[in-house]
Design a protein around this ligand. Sequence first.
Ligand code: TLP
Length: 347
Amino acid sequence: MTKLVDFRSDTVTKPTAEMRKAMAEAEVGDDVYGEDPTINRLEELAAEKVGKEAALFVPSGTMGNQIAALTHTTPGQEVITDPRMHIFMYEVGGLAKLGGVQTRTIETADGCYTPDQVRSAIRGENIHFPETGLVCLENTLNRAGGVVIAPERMNAVADVAHEFGIPVHLDGARLFNAAVALGVEAKVICEKMDSVQFCLSKGLAAPVGSILAGSSEFVKRARKMRKVLGGGMRQAGILGAAGIIALTQMVDRLLEDHQRAERLAVGLAEIAGVSVDLEKVQSNIVVADCGGWGKDVDSLIEILAKRGLMVTPFGPQHLRMVLHKDLDDADVEEALRIMSEVSRELI
Ligand code: TLP
């Protein structure tokens, strides 16, 4: 049988042996009553890592983002996003469906709005206008190829939003990739964010779960919103135990994923018919434009999967490849070998 090398996403990572052991031995209680000691420990640790007063363990990044939007806004308000952000593009219209808010999308050149773009998108006083209720950021920005946004740029956006009393939410699904790439602590990136969601279950390899952090008052309301959505879990410490290991043991190794992403990107750029914007390879994501192969993306996915290389579609002829802890140097070389073989056949 062909060995599969799975570059589809860092969501495919399996828990480590230490995680499985910690999960088996986790001290648990009913977390809806606030009585799960492992979850309480995880939430305290997570809040400390992002420099916020409090944090909430949630089942997924999607639920974390949706709870944030529901907590910050009221129906009829407007939410500012880049059209490439997960909260706009990949959450099944949740903002409209669950929150009754509309979105105002701002196209950005490199993943972060300029302060002027935000200022002109914020609605002024007019009887016809909706109120602007929230500004969203995403770091790293997945759809832009995992580019890393500098904290100074995020702060400049937050300063404008705050001038108008509007909160800012950060989708930091890959916050720790951004932190490692920038060489700063995650809390530096989150400094002016009113809320932040980050995933334990992507590069950090926990099996399930995300964190939503903010002020104590925000998290108190978010906890109630989590219950509305059915996300209040009982002996959740079984999952939280893996989350603690994710935060304490799995952050520094993300650098390895970034180094492999660079190696992969350089190798892909040398393959006929493939181009890669090397400047945008800043974390664990590589986007390969296979336009030179003359095939649509769905056929490409199929051709590659038959040879054992799993990737995700990311545009008409674009493939996304994500590095993570279950891929090593040999897997990168194997991916390059398969891509070269396919290139020779198609061109
Ligand atoms: N991203 C997944 C897919 O949903 C696209 C992936 O494979 O990259 N924010 C960002 C920036 C994300 O990339 C994701 C997941 C989420 C939120 C949602 O997290 P989950 O999957 O836990 O709901």
